[in-house]
Design a binder for this molecule. Structure first.
Ligand SMILES: [Zn+2]
Length: 467
């Protein structure tokens, strides 16, 4: 399976629409054009006390344009000291010079690399990592009281490694982290090995499914591990500070049941395992990464206050991580489905119909300004709560239009088709139209629903079954 994914998913830019210009409209950052990164091998050393990171990032690339030079994203707090290039199949690739400016690492080659070459770059770098200031807060590598966390959505990844930081460029990863004992290192993917030498331990993780750079994470802290799943199921674990053991058990008691429910509704869990990390520090909001989610100590009160968000973050493994975004304006595809997944959880666990949840949030939305187009909310409002709630209501409108069984059949088909890739709204619409056709629902009804909910600011009427 792995070889398959590698060849079908990593040879091309994954979007179906053309690359929109040379700059990401939402982040304001220039695209790094002309190549794909097939895989990253990140070998980093991190000293917890002084907050010092040094490492070598080895990127395997191929280019779809002749390259005399190229760029990667890397924060100025990380300084590159050396880059070694290696070609393949008889091509010599040599770096003439490099420099860092404007959040970019600019590499010039001694000779132009012919189109469709494969080559690798070993980039040695070091620095004191710190979060990247952005319109969406400080994101990326963040020093904690006793460790570190990484939460990068949308542009924080260059705070800790050189990358092509755009959501539709997925790659495979090996992440090797050496840090001081007794700190635990949790990373995306599966633990391959763990070796202690002297006062340090090296943790080697492998990410066997394509991953967007913003979903790569490293979590370092003095954590103990709790098993949350039944034997034979997808392993579900929690990494928590020892003193939060009991309250975390209580708070995450239903985590494995949530995973079972979403597997039934959406299709197989897309990764090998699921972990939740609880930091000693308090966090404003929980954060998603591929295969794991991060909560603050303030989210663990032992009284199920945060059940909603525990469900929400898990559902991002399907919507956002396996089915990634081609571009940030489609963020409703992530957050609409994650918010709707909360309603689905309460429908199944507490008998509260999603229609009731939808009605409650519809009434709230009706009282808010209706000046947002959720298919393109603009960078300032991309994480606006209205994108989440109206996105979820759009999903509900589709369910009401199709009826339960056809809706979930359509949804499982959409999830399977887009697994480990990127999706665009048109991919969902295609599946909805297909299902509607089998029910003899006129195409125009689907198109009207689509336009009303996604492309116009005014709130449509609350979804009612067809008369
Ligand atoms: Zn979310």
């Amino acid at each position: 399976m792995l070889g398959n994914i590698f060849h079908t998913m990593n040879n091309r830019r994954l979007r179906s629409t053309p690359i929109p210009g040379t700059r990401d409209d939402y982040t304001g950052i220039d695209f790094n054009l002309g190549f794909h990164v097939r895989s990253y091998h990140l070998d980093i050393n991190y000293r917890v006390g002084p907050n010092n990171l040094s490492g070598i990032a080895t990127l395997h690339l191929d280019n779809w344009k002749p390259l005399a030079s190229m760029t990667l994203d890397l924060a100025p707090s990380m300084r590159v000291t050396r880059i070694t290039a290696q070609g393949s199949a008889g091509h010599t690739v040599k770096v003439a010079r490099f420099r860092q400016s404007g959040g970019k690492l600019r590499i010039t080659f001694a000779q132009e690399i012919p189109v469709d070459s494969e080559f690798s770059l070993a980039i040695r770098y070091a620095g004191t990592p710190r979060p990247i200031r952005s319109p969406w807060g400080d994101i990326g590598w963040e020093e904690l009281e006793n460790g570190a966390l990484v939460a990068s959505q949308p542009i924080g990844a260059p705070s800790w490694f050189p990358c092509d930081d755009t959501p539709d460029e997925k790659a495979l990863y090996e992440i090797v982290v050496t840090t001081d004992n007794p700190h635990v290192v949790a990373v995306n993917g599966s633990l391959v090995s763990k070796k202690t030498a002297g006062s340090c331990t090296t943790w080697h993780y492998r990410v066997g499914h394509p991953m967007a750079s913003y979903l790569a994470t490293v979590q370092i802290g003095e954590y103990i591990q709790l098993g949350l799943s039944a034997p034979g199921d997808i392993p579900v674990r929690a990494w928590v500070p020892a003193e939060l053991r009991e309250s975390a058990r209580e708070e995450f008691a239903d985590q494995a049941r949530m995973l079972a429910l979403y597997t039934e509704l959406f299709g197989p869990y897309p990764f090998n395992s699921y972990s939740v990390i609880v930091t000693e520090d308090e966090l404003e909001i929980p954060l998603e990464a591929q295969g794991l989610s991060v909560f603050g100590s303030n989210h663990i009160q032992g009284d199920r206050t945060w059940e909603r968000l525990i469900a929400h973050e898990l559902s991002h493994q399907w919507f956002g991580n396996s089915l990634g975004l081609a571009q940030w304006n489609d963020i409703w595809l992530n957050e609409g489905f994650a918010c709707y997944s909360e309603w689905l959880w309460f429908e199944h666990s507490a008998g509260r119909p999603a229609d009731d949840s939808a009605r409650e949030h519809y009434d709230e939305l009706a009282a808010e300004p209706q000046d947002l187009i959720i298919s393109d909310p603009g960078p300032r409002d991309m994480f606006d709560d209205r994108v989440y709630k109206r996105g979820a209501l759009t999903v509900h409108a589709l369910r009401v239009l199709l009826g339960d069984a056809p809706f979930f059949r359509m949804l499982r088909r959409y999830v399977a088709a887009g697994a480990h890739s990127v999706v665009e709204p048109v991919d969902l619409k295609r599946e909805v139209l297909l299902e509607a056709a089998t029910l003899e629902i006129p195409e125009q009804e689907v198109k009207d629903l689509w336009r009303a909910w996604l492309h116009q600011p005014e709130l449509p009427r609350f979804p009612e079954p067809r008369g």
